[in-house]
Design a binder for this molecule. Structure first.
Ligand SMILES: NC(=O)C1=CN([C@@H]2O[C@H](COP(=O)(O)OP(=O)(O)OC[C@H]3O[C@@H](n4cnc5c(N)ncnc54)[C@H](O)[C@@H]3O)[C@@H](O)[C@H]2O)C=CC1
Ligand SMILES: O=C(O)[C@@H]1CCC=N1
Length: 270
């Protein structure tokens, strides 16, 4: 019998995962979704051929439950689910900050929980998903999570103590690159280029740099040095980046994201 998977709270990240699972060969008839608004549920049914259900029904009939609500909504969702979750259900949380202990305390005793931090490039099968086992999760449960999230990109197992740091790096990571592209496009405007051309130049440079980072086997420092000609243009830009403390700003930014993930662990967002 095929395994049924339910995505509960199918918003941006839930839909990115769902669409990737279908591209990766999952049968839509094995996929259940839950949403707060009926119009959203219908939209998902029309778009993907998946079956919208209520949260309790998802808990009863799917083998694996993937919770993709906001951390602040996790307490209410788990309270609604708990009476309906049999002990052999695998529960996967994709929420920032929420610990496996938070879920284990609220679910029936012994329910296996796996914590995953994906990212939005799941939409183009280039996600980075970081996976940690809760105290009742076995190797088979981790493999199930890897199979699901592996259909939308790369996966990496880490100890749960590293999840908040990984959330800061890869969970939020795409946003930092979009922010850089936005800022560099503004620089292109300042330098007199039309916005669309500036955008295209920066995006293709980002793609080229990303592929070289992934495929060249070279350290990023070496790749940067290769661009930085003596007395040339690049070093003039690098000096300004250093003068403006961009490296320190990035370190502080990711530390703030890590700290916010820790704060979200309470599930109330305060
Ligand atoms: N957006 C991102 O890049 C990433 C988000 N995440 C995590 O994914 C989770 C969701 O984030 P987004 O998709 O950005 O938010 P979102 O707001 O787009 O999606 C959450 C969805 O859950 C629904 N929802 C809330 N309570 C519900 C309930 N009781 N029953 C059914 N549906 C319910 C909401 O209506 C909404 O559609 C968060 O916990 C976040 O930390 C993780 C990695 C990346
Ligand atoms: O901003 C957030 O809280 C979520 C978690 C990682 C990416 N987006």
């Amino acid at each position: 019998m095929s395994q049924k998977v339910a995505v509960l709270g199918t918003g941006k990240i839930g839909e990115a995962l769902l669409s990737g699972m279908i591209r990766g060969g999952w049968n839509p008839s094995d996929l259940l979704v839950t949403a707060r608004r009926p119009e959203r549920a219908e939209e998902l049914r029309t778009r993907y051929g998946v079956t919208p259900v209520g949260n309790p029904e998802a808990a009863k009939s799917a083998d694996t439950l993937i919770l993709t609500v906001k951390p602040q909504d996790m307490g209410a969702l788990v309270e609604e689910l708990a009476p309906h979750v049999p002990a052999d259900r695998l529960v996967i949380s994709g929420a920032a900050g929420i610990t496996t202990a938070f879920l284990e305390e609220r679910l029936p005793a012994g329910v296996p929980v796996v914590r995953v931090m994906p990212n939005t490039p799941a939409l183009v099968d280039e996600a980075m998903s970081v996976i940690s086992a809760g105290s009742h999760a076995t190797a088979a449960h981790i493999e199930t999570a890897e199979q699901i999230f592996g259909s939308v990109g790369q996966t990496l197992r880490v100890p749960e103590s590293q999840q908040d740091a990984c959330t800061a790096l890869s969970g939020s990571g795409p946003a930092y690159f979009y922010y850089l592209v936005e800022a560099m496009t503004d620089a292109g405007i300042l330098l007199g280029l039309p916005r669309d051309k500036a955008h295209d130049l920066i995006v293709q440079s980002a793609i080229g740099a990303a592929v070289m980072l992934r495929d060249s086997g070279e350290h990023p420092v070496k790749l940067r040095e290769n661009v930085t000609s003596p007395a040339g243009t690049t070093i003039s830009a690098i000096r300004e980046l250093e003068n403006h403390g961009v490296r320190a700003a990035l370190i502080a930014a990711l530390e703030a994201a890590r700290d916010r993930s820790r704060e979200l662990a309470s599930g109330n967002g305060n």
